[in-house]
Ligand binder design. Structure first.
Ligand code: SF4
Length: 358
């Protein structure tokens, strides 16, 4: 997936914090994305979904490879299948490069996950969201709006249906953009790009804007709110609900900033640089079998060395209720019998913002 600095996927950040474009542009080209492991996993899952749609991979293989994320991948695949079946004459484009040339000159191209096209008539643009956070709904999703405008320009379709598929939540948000809505979207995007291109554009830190910003470690505005938070004292019980809510917002931003500072220190030390007073120490050593080692191979070795074969396999463990329920099927009698044996407890409630996935 392509994430250019003024591409469709960064428009929401440019809207929330217009100065973010110039902050990110100044960074070295090899600056890591925020949450690089999550970004890599996200890319891998997107590629898998694309490969199944293109019939280069079976659904079973994809689900097995997706492991813990198989439910999210399956939701996306089911949606793709339904849409392709409902639009048998549409051209199917996977990971389609959209050219945003018909928008403000600074808006760069992006990659739409799935685009179904009946040229001169209608297009459908679908975006897979595989994170744990709630994305913006389709009707206000700037990324999808930019894809829709670009696809409408490319295939001359007067209307474009857009869909945000939230794989982990099993939900879909959809909207239909006709000629008027496409014009409005183009105008809105152009305005955002114009404001963000201005070198004097203001920095507006917020949890939503800063979360995925690459400039977190170097941003003066984010550092300032963090220091303000540190100066606010620790008389937590005396704070009013409004003060607490405001400081909580700052606390989330401060955590983002702190994470970015730690990542930068880690990166410099791992490249041989200096951070006075800090060093990298070796992580714990973990051993695992090489990928091609089989049980039979180990059993043969045990025989040859006259060692205990039983030590090769871990003792049998109870599978989780969810795994047993899945394996035994959804029949009412089975589920009722299992329910009798299951103790259900809820984890402690989580404190979350209403921030959204990019
Ligand atoms: S870290 Fe936040 S305030 Fe700073 S540029 Fe990025 S989005 Fe804007």
């Amino acid at each position: 997936m392509e994430h250019s600095l003024m591409g469709p996927s960064s428009l929401e950040r440019r809207m929330l914090c217009p100065g973010s474009y110039h902050q990110e542009v100044q960074l070295p080209p090899d600056q890591e994305a925020s949450f690089p492991e999550l970004a890599a996993q996200n890319t891998e899952l997107h590629e898998m979904i694309g490969q199944v749609i293109l019939s280069n991979m079976t659904t079973e293989d994809a689900l097995e490879a997706a492991g813990d994320h198989s439910g999210a991948v399956l939701s996306c695949l089911r949606y793709a299948q339904v849409m392709i079946e409902r639009n048998p004459h549409a051209l199917v484009n996977v990971e389609h490069r959209v050219d945003c040339g018909g928008m403000h000159h600074s808006v760069q191209r992006g990659t739409a996950d799935l685009v179904l096209v009946e040229a001169f008539h209608r297009a459908i643009v679908v975006d897979w969201k595989l994170g744990y956070r709630q994305p913006a709904p389709a009707e206000s999703n700037l990324q999808l709006a930019a894809y829709a405008v670009a696809v409408s320009d490319e295939f001359e379709t007067p209307e474009v249906a857009i869909a945000v598929v939230m794989g982990r939540m099993g939900r879909v948000s959809q909207a239909l953009l006709g000629p008027d809505q496409l014009d409005d979207a183009r105008e809105r995007i152009n305005g955002i790009a114009e404001r963000a291109s201005n070198p004097m554009a203001p920095l507006r830190p917020s949890a939503d804007a800063c979360r995925y910003c690459k400039a977190k470690a170097t941003c003066p505005a984010l550092a300032e709110v963090t220091f303000q938070a540190l100066e606010s004292g620790a008389d937590v019980e005396g704070w009013t609900p409004v003060q607490l809510a405001q400081l909580l917002g700052v606390a989330y931003m401060a955590a983002e900033w702190a994470g970015a500072v730690k990542s930068e220190a880690y990166k410099r030390l791992s490249m041989g640089g200096q951070v006075p007073g800090y060093q990298l120490v070796e992580g714990n050593r973990r051993k695992s079998w090489k990928d091609d080692v089989t049980v039979e191979q180990l059993e043969e070795l045990a025989e040859e060395l006259k060692k205990d074969k039983d030590a090769i396999l871990s003792p049998r463990k109870l599978a989780s209720p969810a795994a047993v329920g899945k394996a035994w099927g959804r029949a009412k009698k089975t589920q009722a019998a299992l329910e009798e044996l299951i103790d259900t407890r809820r984890d402690r409630a989580r404190l979350e913002t209403t921030t959204r996935e990019e």
